[in-house]
Design a protein around this ligand. Structure first.
Ligand code: SAM
Length: 317
């Protein structure tokens, strides 16, 4: 198969596919007032689009949301995606419904799972998410780690959960999973909070576990830079879209739950694939190819400009 390449010569091979814009958590930096209409593609529409993406050379997909596990047909979506030729079907979830659905999802063909977990302390978790459920999420991480490659994603907010760095790492080590710290991006309601700088996170880690050693092995399909914590035997990653911009290596595109193709997270422009459903597959494919080819070069967040007005929960992260 020929690589799908944009005008910057980046190979695009990874799709973040949002299956719903609803979430069962209300994370303060992500969901906001949550007044938008619930919208999502049907399983048949998802399958159709997936076939087109596979034809274009995109064979790795991450299911996201909102919260993907609130869709009752998620396991069937996974099966359809695998049948369409998606080689990797991974999932990012808040973990609330994960333990009860884990076996079905793995049987359907999920190849890896990321669990978003921003605090181990119950009160801090509840303050961030609006729900008292940290134990449930931690149990889900441990159960998931036993059956499928699992990672924790944590996002730190100054003054809220910046004291959770060490507890999160210790929990990741106990569960035997890698953990990544995601830098807060000024998108949607994320703009009203202050994230925690990567240097500060690294200082806390170095003073507790010693200097970080770069970990050369590739883990997953994302832009994280990994380090190895020898004393705990786990990998620790950083996804720093602002302080360590990786736009030049970006390999991803996004499809929102209502079928809008976003070639870049940080730009509102894209292609309303849903509106094209009356066209033939080959016509839709050409429109998608053209939109991907014109993927923006880079974000402008450091200049204080965001070209996207949606909330993260509407995009999928
Ligand atoms: N509900 C699923 C989950 O929790 O993984 C999928 C959707 S959620 C939008 C995906 C990821 O986006 C989460 O890990 C979340 O922390 C991250 N996220 C949300 N808002 C963000 C922001 N402003 N900056 C950086 N990451 C953000």
């Amino acid at each position: 198969m020929i690589d799908l390449i944009d005008k910057e010569q980046r190979v695009i091979n990874y799709l973040r596919l949002s299956v719903t814009n609803r979430c069962n958590l209300k994370c303060v930096y992500c969901v906001g007032a949550d007044k938008f209409e619930a919208k999502y593609l049907t399983i048949d529409e998802i399958e159709r689009v997936a076939n087109i993406f596979v034809t274009l050379g995109i064979t790795k997909v991450k299911l996201t949301g909102g919260e993907p596990l609130i869709r009752s047909d998620l396991a069937n979506i996974v099966k359809r995606l695998r049948s369409a030729g998606m080689v990797e079907v991974t999932l990012t979830t808040n973990g609330l419904l994960l333990e009860q659905k884990l076996t079905t999802l793995i049987a359907a063909g999920v190849t890896a799972i990321n669990v978003s977990l921003d605090a181990i302390d119950g009160a801090t978790f509840e303050a961030l998410t609006g729900v008292a459920a940290v134990n449930k999420v931690m149990q889900a991480v441990e159960a998931s780690a036993k059956v499928v490659p699992t990672k924790i994603n944590s996002l730190l907010i100054k003054g809220t959960n910046d004291s959770e760095i060490v507890p999160l790492i210790e929990f990741a080590a106990k569960a035997g999973v890698a953990i990544r710290f995601i830098e807060l991006m000024p998108i949607g309601c994320g703009t009203i909070f202050e994230g925690v700088g990567a240097d500060q996170v690294k200082d806390v880690i170095a003073s507790k576990y010693g200097e970080l050693v770069a970990y050369e092995k590739q883990i997953g399909n994302g832009p994280a830079k990994y380090f190895w914590i020898e004393s705990l035997g786990i990998a620790l990653g950083f996804i720093n879209a602002l302080s360590d911009c990786f736009c030049d290596k970006c390999n991803r595109i996004r499809l929102t739950a209502d079928g809008f193709l976003k070639p870049c997270l940080h730009f509102g422009q894209g292609l309303d694939v849903y509106k094209l459903f009356a066209l033939s597959d080959i016509e839709i494919l050409e429109e998608i190819r053209n939109t991907i080819y014109n993927k923006p070069i880079k974000h402008h967040l450091l200049e204080g400009i965001s070209n996207e007005s949606k909330m993260m929960v509407q995009i999928g992260g």
